[in-house]
Design a protein around this ligand. Structure first.
Ligand SMILES: [Cu+2]
Length: 80
């Protein structure tokens, strides 16, 4: 069942692929933050800001910008 859903998603357009990308990135950021990473207060604030911005952009349908913004947070967290 999961495989079928994935295949259907992959068959979609690029924008749909990005629509799937953002929540995956947000989850990675949330997971990394849940592990209490060694970040300065400034870095933590930045990650939270980019995470929130990414979610807003995603909801606005700006998936490429969302992915780019979330990537900045992931870079601070040193995750991919
Ligand atoms: Cu998105």
């Amino acid at each position: 069942m999961k495989r079928i859903a994935l295949a259907a998603l992959l068959a979609f357009s690029t924008s749909a692929a990005f629509a799937f990308h953002c929540p995956a990135d947000m989850r990675k950021i949330d997971d990394a933050m849940a592990k209490n990473p060694k970040l300065s207060a400034e870095q933590t604030a930045e990650v939270k800001k980019y995470r929130a911005e990414g979610e807003t952009l995603h909801k606005a349908g700006k998936h490429q910008e969302s992915v780019d913004t979330l990537a900045k947070a992931m870079k601070i967290l040193n995750i991919k």
